[in-house]
Design a protein around this ligand. Structure first.
Ligand code: COA
Length: 177
């Protein structure tokens, strides 16, 4: 089921929309932030604006069409400027996992929590019943964001590997949608 028909979704402060070629510079710059590199969901080691544009036309377009992967932009609801990234992946018939990052200039105004609220709406529209997330236990900002968006920890923290390949103690979270 294509996710395109369910986008964009807007709240008071943030819009969750498809990543567009005009976001490529801001997306690539955001992936250079040390906290995004350490904690963010970045399947590739480095992103140039050109690589981001290529991905938009290939993997990202394919994932949206099939409904298996959504690499989305968190944008300012007023200006539509790129603030950060929200990814929906590992989609099963019931649930999906979310990952997110906000570029340094867009932080401090609750963009990620607002975006997760919109992702819950998207998941419900897609027919899912829950969303999952994982974060390093020492990522206090991310844990706060998840709790603010209604996610609850499930189980005990486990040893895992972050998207950047580093070993970390990771807490799983879940929320009904
Ligand atoms: C996590 C991240 C997305 C949060 O950005 P944001 O949406 O702008 O979050 P805000 O700055 O608005 O902060 C949200 C909450 O976390 C708190 N917070 C922010 N930074 C914090 C820190 N370093 N330590 C403790 N709490 C922190 C804020 O006080 C706020 O709390 P509140 O809801 O009680 O007011 C951003 O820091 C980021 O991109 N980090 C790197 C990538 C990452 O960690 N992604 C998550 C992987 S699962």
């Amino acid at each position: 089921m294509s996710l395109r028909a369910m986008l964009p979704r807007s709240g008071r402060s943030v819009t969750l929309r498809e990543l567009e070629p005009r976001d490529a510079d801001a997306y690539a710059a955001g992936t250079e932030d040390p906290d995004v590199r350490r904690f963010g969901h970045l399947p590739e080691p480095r992103y140039t604006p050109q690589r981001v544009r290529e991905l938009i036309d290939t993997e990202i377009a394919g994932g949206l069409a099939s409904g298996t992967l959504a690499v989305l932009a968190l944008a300012d609801a007023a200006t539509d400027d790129f603030l950060g990234s929200l990814v929906v992946f590992d989609v099963t018939p019931e649930s999906a996992e979310v990952g997110f990052w906000v570029a340094p200039a867009g932080r401090g105004r609750g963009a990620a929590a607002a975006g997760l609220g919109l992702a819950r709406d998207l998941a419900r529209a897609r027919g899912l019943t829950s969303l999952r997330a994982r974060t390093a236990v020492d990522n206090a900002a991310s844990r706060r964001v998840l709790e603010r968006a209604g996610f609850q920890p499930v189980g005990e923290p486990t040893e895992d590997v972050t998207p950047s390949g580093a070993a970390a103690t990771v807490q799983a979270y879940v929320v009904s949608v």
